[in-house]
Design a binder for this molecule. Structure first.
Ligand SMILES: NC(=O)c1ccc[n+]([C@@H]2O[C@H](COP(=O)([O-])OP(=O)(O)OC[C@H]3O[C@@H](n4cnc5c(N)ncnc54)[C@H](OP(=O)(O)O)[C@@H]3O)[C@@H](O)[C@H]2O)c1
Length: 174
């Protein structure tokens, strides 16, 4: 099992739009239905791991965002309306243990955001950081750092151009 982060960001380095939405949602290519490589990314994944703040909007959408994945949520409380099959915990180490015991050999998509990524990186649990750099400039928003420690050591593994003008860059964490 590998824990793999996949984050979209603007070309000027913001992972959210100025009003706090994930960077990807501002891309016209996303609005017109292009996947930015997420389908290929999810082929080897069996679970999604995220923080309460990233999870909560899914409770009010028409379509459940993770139909093929087991979902694990880090947060001090379990949001009202959370389906029974979602596993939650307030302690990141305990949540990792639950993730490990449920694992059948597939990878884990760590959805975010930056504070949660740092929480699992600091525990030594993060294996890959995959960035999707969008052909957009935001001028403002949330950056990956300093929530994610600038001390994180990245090793370049591969890159590819995606339809719609984005570039995927994959780093390993040491
Ligand atoms: N560009 C992208 O691909 C992408 C992807 C996902 C998210 N995002 C964006 O990221 C932003 C949120 O990022 P963020 O860094 O502010 O917050 P975050 O990491 O999404 O969530 C923070 C929450 O996680 C829980 N948490 C984090 N570390 C913890 C720890 N050590 N122990 C216990 N609980 C812990 C806490 O929940 P409690 O408050 O319940 O304690 C905390 O409030 C959103 O605007 C979202 O749009 C972007």
């Amino acid at each position: 099992m590998q824990i793999r982060v996949r984050m979209s960001m603007s070309a000027d380095g913001y992972v959210t739009t100025p009003d706090g939405w994930p960077a990807l949602t501002a891309d016209p290519a996303f609005v017109s239905g292009q996947s930015h490589g997420i389908r290929e990314f999810l082929v080897g994944c069996e679970a999604a791991l995220m923080a309460r703040t990233t999870f909560e909007p899914a409770l009010t959408t028409d379509r459940w965002p993770w139909p093929t994945l087991n979902v694990f949520v880090l947060g001090s409380r379990r949001p009202e309306g959370t389906p029974d099959h979602v596993v939650s915990d307030s302690d990141p180490g305990r949540l990792l243990e639950k993730l490990g015991s449920a694992n059948q050999g597939g990878d884990v998509h760590l959805v975010g955001g930056p504070r949660t990524i740092e929480t699992f990186r600091a525990l030594g649990a993060l294996d890959k950081l995959e960035l999707v750099v969008l052909p957009l400039l935001f001028g403002d928003g949330l950056r990956l750092t300093p929530s994610l420690s600038p001390d994180a050591e990245l090793t370049f593994e591969r890159e590819r151009a995606l339809p719609g003008g984005s570039v995927e860059i994959v780093y390993g964490l040491t």
